[in-house]
Design a protein around this ligand. Sequence first.
Ligand code: BMP
Length: 218
Amino acid sequence: KSCMILALDVSDREEALKIAEDVSEFVDAVKVGYPLVLATGLGIIRELSEFAPIIADFKVADIPNTNRLICEQVFEAGADAVIVQGFTGRDSLDACIEVASEYGKDVFVVSEMSHPGGAEFLQPVGETIARMAAQAGAFGLVAPATRPERVKAIREIIGDKLTIISPGVGAQGGKASDVIAAGADWVIVGRSIYRADSPREAAREIAAEIEAGPNGEN
Ligand code: BMP
């Protein structure tokens, strides 16, 4: 287990496939979202799934019926998990989890976001969404690597039941080993890998940094 997910926000199909192949040794999953899917089509999900499990980041945030319809398309396309927003409430989340369980797939819920604006909705919204996600039986949460102390607080609330995946490492200023130490299971890394001269070397370095721990002490 490398504890790392690649956020593949490129817009070229060939480039996406090449990077996914090059880094596959160092990542446990590839996160695919609007930039790549809108540019290349939903079929990219199945193509990439040759290299790693695919987390479809569509930040699903609608009424229950529409959420259900979206999630059906996502899982039919071959995704292994979907990312949904938590703020739309329990019924909307339940719809996603129901569809996921019909397909034997997983749901990750965003409790709060990693960018500066994400700090406008921390306590108690992040805690409330995290609790709701745990009660609803979500597989995991998305929580910010830019604020390891928030990951720690959320981890204390949800216990060990949910998997925390954490974006914001590198380009947004977060440090991978810090947020793993704070309780995240996986970091999500995009630009620091796909914009590097050698994505493979960049992924290898982050994996090594995680392995070494916050003070290089592990
Ligand atoms: P990068 O490492 O290039 O900053 O990419 C982070 C990825 O995680 C992007 O795909 C972004 O949309 C996503 N993300 C995030 O950065 N913060 C969040 O709170 C939730 C996200 O999904």
